[in-house]
Design a binder for this molecule. Structure first.
Ligand SMILES: [Zn+2]
Length: 162
């Protein structure tokens, strides 16, 4: 499996999040080219603001490996991680981070902050960005386009009923 193959799997998990009414972000944790854990956004359904896709994959992965450190693991995410998740990646000692789309508003792997490459921290990750970036970005922007259209339609319907 190549980085692109694993990212394709993460894109599938993002679609699963979307089907559950969540913002489509997906993540997979891989070790020795084997799938260890999957994650997708579940903040709304689990009423948990920390239930980001990569957070779910890391929690599941630590359980699967019976280890609180995810040594020699690679984490694939469709969207650049936020500061919370990037911090968790440092704590969990993940070796490599591969992500698709940049998050120019909250990205903490180079866009706004770079927590995963902070020289003063005791661990830095290897980072590969832009893998299947346009597919990952399009999945998100299509979701937000659709959601804006739905909100607009609901407003028009409400107005028509007044
Ligand atoms: Zn996050």
């Amino acid at each position: 499996m190549t980085d692109e193959d694993w990212m394709q799997l993460a894109i599938g998990l993002a679609a699963k999040a979307e089907a559950q009414g969540e913002v489509p972000v997906g993540a997979v944790l891989v070790k020795d080219n084997q799938l260890i854990a999957e994650g997708w956004n579940q903040m709304i359904s689990s009423q948990d603001p920390s239930a980001h896709a990569e957070m779910q994959a890391i929690r599941e992965g630590a359980k699967a490996l019976n280890n609180y450190r995810l040594l020699d693991c690679t984490l694939y995410i469709t969207l650049e991680p936020c500061s919370m998740c990037a911090g968790l990646m440092v704590h969990s000692r993940i070796k490599r981070l591969v992500f698709g789309a940049n998050d120019l508003k909250t990205g903490a792997a180079g866009s706004v902050l770079n927590i995963v490459r902070q020289a003063e921290f005791n661990h830095q990750l290897e980072v590969v960005s832009g893998v299947l970036a346009s597919a990952c970005a399009e999945q998100l922007s299509a979701f937000f386009r659709r959601r804006r259209a739905e909100i607009k339609a609901a407003r028009l319907q409400q107005r028509a009923g007044e």
